[in-house]
Design a protein around this ligand. Structure first.
Ligand code: ADP
Ligand code: MG
Length: 252
């Protein structure tokens, strides 16, 4: 590669520059700057109401920002619907409440987007679905409905459903916080596998064990700002800001 060629691999897959968002008069996100490299695993923590969900929802335009730039894999999020669709095709999202379609089987939940959005033939979509259900160790439940599964199983289905769309980046918004304690590990194990395979991940969670073992970077948000970020070792052992210290003292 010569100097004149852009080195695409060093371009951040997500770039947020001077981003602000308001809900009406309420300034919910203030001057957010963030670069995420391909393959990076970022954990975002912070008190309830600090803007964590809003920030990651802006990355696939579930929420609209009013100022600054959000660029995902080279595509800037603007009002242009084509750009929004391009970004959404590259970004998978897993929510606290699994958001599966209750009237569809597990298999149908996984094939729906492939068939209708990606125009994948049904048989191929089912093969892909079964491959990811195997991966999250739940293939035997394919013909059941979401309500027949435990919360941990439903969340693994939700992760498999996202993976069926072959995302470049996965966003997780408190994926284990609605689960009974005994089910948290089975979901975290799936996320650890994904991380080990090199998936770029932004994870909002208060599972600090996960943050310590998986994250390349831990980020603390408060009152709509990124207050500090660091590698997990320094973040936990040597937090710089009083607000971070207070937060960590409350959850650890
Ligand atoms: P977190 O995920 O860190 O708990 P959120 O991003 O959900 O925080 O919310 C940040 C702030 O924005 C909170 O004060 C919340 O009440 C407010 N908020 C969230 N969604 C909306 C909305 N759709 N309209 C108005 N205010 C909202
Ligand atoms: Mg939230």
């Amino acid at each position: 590669m010569t100097d004149t060629q852009p080195n695409k691999s060093s371009e951040p897959i997500i770039k947020i520059v001077g981003m602000h968002k308001w809900y009406g008069d309420f300034h919910v996100l203030s001057d957010i700057n963030l670069e995420v490299q391909e393959g990076e695993r970022i954990v975002i923590c912070g008190p309830s109401g600090s803007g964590k969900s809003t920030m990651i929802r802006c990355i696939n335009r579930l929420e609209e920002h009013q100022q600054g730039q959000i660029i995902v894999n080279g595509t800037e999020l603007t009002n242009d619907i084509k750009n929004i669709e391009t970004v959404r095709a590259e970004v998978g999202m897993v929510f606290q409440h699994f958001n599966l379609f209750p009237h569809l089987t597990i298999l149908e939940n996984l094939t729906l987007g492939q068939i209708w959005v990606r125009k994948t033939p049904k048989k191929q979509a089912e093969e892909t679905a079964m491959m990811y259900l195997e991966k999250v160790k739940i293939a035997e439940q394919a013909k059941k409905f979401p309500g027949q599964l435990s919360g941990g199983q439903q969340q693994r289905v939700a992760i498999a459903r996202s993976l069926c769309m072959a995302p470049e980046v996965m966003l997780f918004d408190e994926p284990t916080s609605a689960l009974d304690p005994e089910m948290i590990k089975e979901v975290l194990d799936v996320m650890i596998d994904l991380a080990e395979e090199g998936m770029t991940m932004l994870v909002v969670t208060h599972e600090m064990g996960f943050a310590k073992s998986v994250a390349d970077r831990v980020m603390f948000m408060d009152a709509g700002q990124i207050v500090e970020q660091n590698n997990p070792h320094d973040f936990f052992d040597n937090p710089q800001h009083e607000r971070t210290k207070l937060f960590l003292s409350q959850i650890l």
